[in-house]
Design a binder for this molecule. Structure first.
Ligand code: ATP
Ligand code: MG
Length: 453
């Protein structure tokens, strides 16, 4: 099949005028692999006389033998026409209207074919460096192909004939494991720098390599990620680290110098003269852990990795406060930690729009470190009932893997969770008694011990 495809396609990823049709016998998708709801949507639109295809990640994933996250549909029907065909349909989006067809456990997104967005003549001041501001012009199927990001994401499955339309040589790239941007790489990244993050995400997730130009243009354009809204960056960052390939993704982000646009403080910590090795190992352990959890289908707390990424920046901020003596001398370590945590999160939020729930969880995980290590006898039960206890304990275990002094403490908490009430009491009683606080309440500093002249 490869030789057949090679003869027909151009090499630069630009769309062919006549789309080669991949016949049912030449690909592995069949109707039985598509959700019943999605087939219903495809068939209803086709029977009403519209052109309609399954598109994007679902076609890509089905061809790779993976389970698609969701099914996206593209059609020449206009949103109002789609709306009229389905009772369970809602139109969404201001910038570009999309139809969502609702089922009990599934939403099928149906998008009308559209053109590559035109430059925004109404708001020329808002546009710079070729960044696209508008993306709302309907088009033909060929236009729709041209606006997509990578060739392997531009395959159109026709469920009626069981054929695939492949304008951009996507099937060959998919079979050869190549992520190739459609059109000129630099131009396409300038239009939408988030494509850089998507290129990195797909290459890590699918274990594929970036085609030469697709990779090279990242160096010239990644600075434009600074102009992307923190809410969109957060969304992409979430996908980057939750797809089960966080370790590879992180390596690729650093390799392409892109981490600085998501977590600049982390990038700084990873270049810190004394902390870089420990910080790097700590993050790596956490990412390995995250990937293992995804592989086991365990839930992920979105704040956990944030607390990991920002932990060493927090240490650097605490050290700086200590050196500059900006922290008030009277403040105890807990208050200083709280103060530095607030500062770090405020800075981080300028790049990734963390919600209040996320920032509060991060702060709780950090502050609980202090208490989990302190293990005051009267606080043990109270601590273990905190909603963030489990996350803070996991965090402590990750720290302990790299800090010998923390190993017995993490082991103590592990044991405490595993044993019965009687054994818990024994564990608590065996903890060192808190030092008397009477001296600490003294209003005047203790006298220095007399020194011999
Ligand atoms: P997944 O859903 O598995 O993360 P996907 O490829 O389906 O991957 P979506 O974000 O669901 O990603 O997008 C669906 C399709 O829309 C893509 O396959 C691609 O064709 C197109 N697309 C999405 N984002 C962009 C973009 N920034 N630029 C160009 N095309 C895009
Ligand atoms: Mg998708």
């Amino acid at each position: 099949m490869l030789s057949f495809i090679k003869k027909i396609f151009k090499k630069d990823g630009s769309p062919n005028s006549e789309p080669p049709i991949i016949l049912a016998s030449e690909h592995t998708i069949s109707r039985s692999l598509i959700s019943r709801n999605c087939l219903g949507v495809l068939d209803t639109l086709a029977n009403a006389g519209f052109e309609v295809y399954l598109v994007g990640g679902s076609v890509r994933d089905l061809l790779l033998g993976r389970e698609p996250k969701d099914f996206d549909v593209a059609t020449n029907a206009k949103p109002e026409e789609i709306y009229r065909l389905f009772r369970n349909c809602r139109l969404i989006g201001k910038r570009f209207r999309l139809a969502h067809v609702y089922f009990r456990h599934e939403i099928i997104e149906v998008a009308t074919f559209r053109k590559q967005g035109k430059k925004d003549h109404h708001h020329p001041a808002k546009e710079h460096n070729g960044l696209l501001k508008r993306d709302n012009v309907y088009g033909t199927l060929k236009d729709d192909v041209w606006r997509r990001d990578f060739t392997l994401n531009a395959l159109y499955y026709d469920a009626k004939n069981n054929t695939i339309l492949d304008h951009t040589n996507g099937l060959l790239d998919l079979e050869q494991g190549i992520i190739r941007i459609i059109g000129n790489a630099e131009t396409r990244y300038r239009e939408d720098p988030v494509r850089i993050l998507r290129a990195i995400r797909f290459s890590a997730k699918l274990g594929m390599s970036l085609e030469e130009n697709t990779a090279k243009a990242i160096a010239k354009t990644h600075m434009l990620l600074a102009a992307i809204a923190p809410a969109r960056l957060l969304d992409e960052t979430h996908k980057l680290f939750n797809s089960g390939n966080a370790v590879n993704t992180f390596a690729a982000l650093r390799h392409h110098d892109v981490l600085q646009h998501l977590y600049p403080l982390t990038e700084e910590a990873l270049c810190h003269p004394t902390l870089h090795i420990t910080a790097d190992r700590f993050i790596l352990r956490a990412l390995q852990n995250t990937d293992a959890r995804v592989a086991q289908d365990k839930p992920l707390n979105p704040a956990f990795l944030v607390s990991i990424f920002l932990w060493y920046p927090l240490q650097i901020a605490l050290e700086q406060e200590h050196n500059n003596k900006t922290g008030t001398a009277n403040h105890n370590a807990f208050t200083q930690l709280e103060h530095a945590a607030g500062k770090i999160l405020r800075q981080a939020k300028q790049h990734l729009a963390f919600t209040q729930v996320i920032t509060q969880t991060v702060i709780d995980i950090w502050l609980l470190q202090f208490q989990l290590i302190g293990r005051r006898q009267q606080q043990i039960y109270h601590l273990s009932q905190q909603s963030r206890f489990r996350a803070a304990y996991d965090f402590l275990c990750l720290r302990a893997e790299g800090e010998d002094a923390l190993k017995p403490i993490a082991a103590w908490w592990t044991e405490w969770q595993e044993v019965d009430d009687a054994a818990r009491e024994q564990l608590i009683n065996a903890l060192p008694k808190p030092k008397s606080t009477r001296n600490k309440k003294r209003r005047y500093p203790a006298k220095k011990p007399a020194t011999k002249e």
